[in-house]
Every structure is written in C-alpha cells, then in structure tokens.
Write a protein that binds this ligand. Structure first.
Ligand code: F6R
Length: 696
C-alpha cells in the first residue's frame, strides 16, 4: 500500500487581497520564509512519499505555473475545469490514484498552510497513514490556542483500540461556531480545529462518495474508463458543473462511519487573513511586522507588505494592515482584515463593456485592421501591375531598405521573407559598402520622411539600382527627378495601417524580379480567417483576452532571431503607437545573454511587466528548449508571462498570424486604455518642429 500526497491548490485566499489575486492566489505567495506556500507544502511532504507520488490538484489555468514551480510532470498535476469546493477535487484525485494503484493511501494537504515543526508534522502524518491502512477516514485536529470562530471544530470520542491515546473516533464536527460556543469548546476540552488535512485509502473515500454524493459519483464513473485518453478532458468539462459543490467535511466526513481524529501538536497557521500573516512574521518591540522596505516612526502593531524598491513610510499609526501591490493599495484596520474578501470581490475586474469602448475609435482603426487581409490581396495585384523596368532592376544580390517607423518595418520583414540579404537602414546615411550589387529600396508611406529622403539621396550616389514606394510626397518627386522607378500605393491611411500595401506590393514586385517565389495564398487565407475571429463581434476573442492580460502592464514581447523578431518589434511599436503606452521587445537567443539577468529585478523596477513569448513551429529546437527553461526562470521570479501560439501550417502563415494578432491586440489595448488608437500627435509634432528647424 503506497502512500501518495495530493496537494489541494484551490484556495483563493481572497482575504489576502490585493497580494492574492486570481492570477496569483494565496498558495503562490512567498509567505513561508521567502518560499511560496505551495512549494513549502511540497518540500514538507516529499520526504514521506518521494517525488513520483506527489500530486497536485488545481484549476486548469493554474496547472502550468504549478508544474513549472514544483518541477512536476504534467500527469502529476491534476486539473479541474473550475473549482467546485473540496469534495469534487478530492473525488477526482482519489479516482486517478485508485486507477493507478487500487491500494493507494492518499494524504490530502491544503497548499496554503504554514507549519512550524516539520518533523513532528511528518510523524503525525505517518501515524495517520497507519490509521488509514486500518480502514479509517482520518483527519488531523489542531490543538486550539484561542476560541477562534473562523475554523470548524472536531470533538474527539473514544480512543481507537489500535492506537490508544494517539488517535480517537470523531464524535462530532461543528462548522464555524459563534464566540460563546467556541469558548465553551475550549473550556470543556477534547475539541480540535479542523485543518482540512485528511488521510484514507483512495478506494475507501470513493466508496463514501458513492454513498453520500451521487452526482459526483456518477461523474467519476463516467470518467473512470477515460483516464489517459483524449476524451478525459472533454468529458470532465461536460460533467463538472453537474457535481455537488460541497466540502468533503459536509459531504462525507460528518456522515460517514469509522472517522478518526489525530490530535496534532505541531505549530499550524492557515494565514487566513492579514492579521494571521502579521502573527507569524517577526516583529519589532512595538509590534511592527514589515516585509519589503519601510520607514517607520512611532509605529505600533502594524503589518507592512510593500513592493520591492518602494518603501512604505508610517508615522504615528497603530493597528493597521498596509499592503501595497501593483493591483491595489490596501489600508485596513488590522483587526478587521477578515472582512477584506468583500473588497477583493468588488475589485475583481469586471469584463469591459466593449461596445462602449468601440466608441473610442472614431477614425476607424479597428476597421483598418479588419481590412488588412483585403489590403494585402489588393497590394499583390498592385505589385503585379506596376510599371517596372525589370532589366534595369535585376542583378542585385542584396537589398538596402531605407525607411522609418511603420514603413521601416517593411525592411525587417523583407529580411525575414526574401531568400537574400536585406539590410534595413534607419538613419540619414547608408553604409559605405553599398555598391552596384545592392538594390536601394526607399519605403515611406507619406513620402515625406526626412531620414528616408536623406538616406535615399545618399544611396543614389552609390548605386544606380534603386526603387521607391510611397503614396506620393517628396519621395515620388525625387524618384521622378532621378529617373528611379516608383510604385504608388493608395493614400489616406496611417503608415502603420498601410503595411499590407507596402509589404505585399513589394513582395509581388520581388516575385517579378525573380527573388521571391513562396506561395502567399495560405498566408492570406490564415489572415482572412483571423480577421473574422479577432474582429469586434467575434465571441471568445483571443486578441481581446490578450489585451486584457496586458492592460495596466508593461509588455515585454519576446521573438526569435531570424524568425519572429520583427514580429515582436511590430507588437512593440503597434502597442506604442496605437495603445499609447510603453512596451519593449527582445529576441531569443540573445536575451539569454543579457536580458535574463535583468529579469532578476524586473519585479522591483517594473513590477507590472508582462512577458509575452511569440511561438511558432519553425524555431530551432534549442530555442524551444531555451523557452522551456526561461519559462521556469520567470515563474520562479514570480513574473507574469504568457505564450502566444501561431496559427497556420507553413512558416510564413505562422509568422503573419502572430503579426496580425499583435495589431488587433494593440488596438483593443488602446480602447482599454481609453485612448483613440489613430492619432500619433507626438510623431507629428516632432516632424513639424524639425521642419522649422534650420541647419543640418
Ligand atoms: C504612423 C507611423 C509612423 C510613420 C513614420 C515614418 O502611423 O506608423 O511610424 O511610419 O513616422 O513615416 P512614413 O511611414 O510616412 O515614412
């Protein structure tokens, strides 16, 4: 009969808001001497079971962070579609254990408790295992230290004959009593707090569930033959909202036979609220417990929970809980922190009213983004029809692409797409080494960008082979003056919203020049499908979800060198220009040689950052391995990170699916930021001022 541990990671910890949030609930808080509570729970129990018999059960959205944090294989992190209280979670875990080992002994441990004397704790669990082997449903009872009204109580009865004076039959469970009743329990003796720690044979608890919780039992029966098959997840989703939402105490323990309690003498805290946290933290002689930097004058009996690098200063106060996080700042009466849950619920982000937010887009950037695939198709036709002196242009082995901002990205993307060297150039001059073998390409949507015009002039003095594309402007005049072929594209758009015209017209032209031969039809089909799936009316919109994840945060977008790097850059610039907020980008593997060190203090300097990895199937296998490792490094630092998977089959479709997703995300983020995505006043102002600036 092997012993298994199941850590229950379902505790929301709403009373520890704003540190505990749905994305990072209580088990993930570093409350165990710097360790997260779930890690401390794991470390405490693994000596009894070994790693292979440690299981965790959590809501699906928390499975990956838990797996990464504890280094467990996916099959040991069991998931529920949504939390339904403890009985269903325990039933599910018991089923999985019993299927693998019909004799399994199962220990159930909440992921969010603090335990002082670990040796004593393990000794008590070992005794519990003996009692479970003997067929009992075992619970541990904590010796009460005060008449708490926040816990359930267990009254002990006769000693178990097999374990005299060490384990007892349970006479009665009492849910959270009032103050007078609790005081009565303490003076009478023989009552313990119910800590939610249980031990039993997995098969026995399943029998009891069958007796008392028929809907849960029926759900488990349906799931039983599906373990390990592809149908498990779907069926679980189907059956899970029909099972009883009930605690194991109410559902089974209070009604079952042969229930035992083992009195525990180890130091136990459930850190239920900020006062509970204050109790366990070291304090100065006046009762100030502080975590993070603080400046205190004349401060008594106070809990300070600060952000790294942002000191909390207190003067002449006492009896407060002060909790500063990127989400919110809480200042509460320390004695009333059990009431914080109501505030946490009020603060929980309600879904945005998108219909109202669409009003913030009077110039129609959403519509522009929606039409991107159509623009790309139109551009292919434009490139095909453009008058080009193919003989004069052909014969180059390299392209130098001069252009800035929303036009300049064309150079980066051409470098990714064309099977020859493309050098993007963002400055006033071109490199010295440019010669006849180079095609000079000037890209400026307006045709009036001074750096582009200057570099183009400079380039024309070095190579006769040149091509320009714009909607008009001085670039057109210059090209005509110098006899350089020029391709005109429709005006009236923001340059960044004209990427389809700029890039696809050129791809079509390069096809005619014999330097590009990839089939773009699959790309266009993927873009068209995304245009429907990510548009405002679409349900379950991934771009809107991502925008919500980024809202209020500083995005750090990560792409891969030679593949998604220009796409990561486009996300960054689109977020800057549309959503009017800071964003940064980096590329793998280079970021593993510098930026990764900077992540050590991200939490201090940019506590509100959100790392986003762009993922495709065509990355080098070593890059994929680096992402796996990085994910773990970031999780350990407690950084928010997410991954965005590309759509489509071939590498170009995947690349463009990510690019297009980023465009949508940036516009939705603008709306969440309550700004009009279209105007880019600072860019225009700078251009206007420079135009008046004499010299240079
Ligand atoms: C504005 C935008 C800018 C411009 C940049 C260069 O939507 O995207 O980044 O692209 O100022 O101007 P053009 O593209 O006209 O050469």
């Amino acid at each position: 009969m092997s012993v298994y541990a199941v850590i229950m990671a379902g505790g929301k910890g709403e009373r520890l808001w704003p540190a505990s949030t749905p994305a990072r609930p209580k088990p993930f808080l570093p409350l165990a001497e710097g360790k997260t509570l779930i890690q401390a729970t794991y470390d405490r129990v693994v000596p009894l079971t070994g790693r292979a018999r440690m299981y965790v059960i959590a809501e699906r959205r928390l499975a990956e962070p838990i797996r990464v944090l504890l280094g467990l294989p996916p099959e040991q992190v069991l998931t529920e579609p949504q939390g339904r209280n403890t009985a269903p979670a325990i039933g599910l875990a018991a089923l999985v254990l019993a299927l693998q080992d019909p004799e399994a002994i199962m220990m159930v441990l909440p992921a969010d408790h603090l335990i002082g004397d670990e040796e004593e704790f393990r000794n008590t669990l070992s005794l519990g295992v003996e009692a479970a082997r003997a067929g009992y449903l075992v619970t541990l009872g904590i010796e009460p230290t005060y008449p708490a009204t926040g816990y359930g109580y267990i009254q002990r009865g006769e000693p178990l004959p097999e374990f005299p004076q060490r384990a007892f039959r349970v006479r009665r469970f009492t849910e959270k009593p009032d103050g007078a009743t609790a005081e009565g329990f303490l003076s009478e003796g023989g009552y313990y707090w119910n800590a939610g720690i249980f031990l039993w044979r997995a098969a026995r608890i399943l029998e009891e569930i069958d007796r008392f919780l028929p809907r849960l039992s029926a759900a488990l029966q349906r799931l039983r033959p599906l373990w390990g098959s592809a149908a498990w997840e779907g069926t679980l989703r189907e059956v899970w909202d029909q099972v009883e939402e009930i605690s194991i105490d109410y559902g089974v323990m209070e009604r079952a036979e042969r229930v035992a309690v083992i009195p525990a003498s180890f130091d136990w805290h459930d850190l239920g609220d900020w006062q509970g946290v204050w109790e366990v933290l070291p304090k100065d002689e006046r009762g100030l417990a502080a975590q993070g930097e603080h400046l205190a004058e004349d401060t008594g009996r106070t809990l300070v929970w600060g952000l790294p690098g942002k000191p909390v200063a207190t003067l002449g106060v006492s009896g407060l809980a002060i909790v500063d996080t990127p989400e919110a700042l809480l200042v509460a009466d320390l004695a009333r922190t059990q009431e914080v849950r109501a505030l946490a619920r009020r603060a929980r982000k309600t879904p945005p009213d998108w219909k109202e937010l669409y009003q913030l887009d009077p110039s129609g950037m959403l519509e522009e983004v929606k039409k991107f695939p159509a623009q790309c198709r139109e551009a292919l036709a434009l490139g095909k029809a453009a008058e080009l002196p193919l003989d004069k242009l052909s014969g180059f082995s390299r392209v130098l692409c001069v252009g800035m901002g929303g036009s300049g990205i064309t150079g980066d993307l051409l470098a990714r797409l064309l099977p020859l060297e493309v050098i993007p150039c963002r400055g006033y001059r071109v490199p010295e080494f440019i010669g006849e073998e180079t095609l000079l390409l000037a890209v400026s949507y307006s045709g009036n960008t001074e750096e582009t015009l200057s570099a183009f002039r400079d380039g024309l003095s070095k190579t006769p082979r040149a091509l320009a594309i714009s909607s008009g402007g001085k670039l057109r005049e210059l090209a005509e003056e110098r006899g350089v072929p020029w391709i005109g594209i429709p005006g009236g758009h923001q340059p960044r919203a004209a990427l389809g015209y700029l890039l696809f017209t050129l791809l079509s032209a390069f096809r005619r020049l014999g330097t590009f031969n990839a089939d773009l039809e699959p790309v266009l089909e993927v873009l068209e499908a995304l245009s429907r799936k990510l548009a405002p009316a679409a349900a379950g919109n991934r771009a809107q979800e991502l925008a919500r994840a980024l809202h209020g945060r500083v995005p750090l977008i990560c792409g891969v060198h030679g593949n998604t790097a220009p796409v990561a850059f486009r996300w960054k610039t689109q977020i800057n220009e549309n959503a009017k907020q800071p964003a940064f980008w980096a590329e793998l593997p280079e970021l593993c040689h510098n930026e990764i060190v900077g992540y050590e203090l991200t939490e201090r300097v940019l506590p509100t950052s959100q790392v986003v990895f762009l993922r495709t199937d065509s990355d080098h296998p070593r890059v994929a391995a680096r992402i796996e490792i990085l994910r773990e490094v970031l999780a350990r630092r407690g950084l928010a990170y997410l991954e965005v998977e590309a759509e489509g089959e071939d590498e170009f479709s995947q690349l463009f699916s990510l690019l297009y997703l980023g465009d949508w995300v940036s516009v939705y983020l603008a709306l969440l930021n309550r700004v009009d995505p279209t105007p880019v006043r600072p860019i225009q102002e700078l251009k206007d001022r420079l135009a008046r600036y004499k010299g240079g």
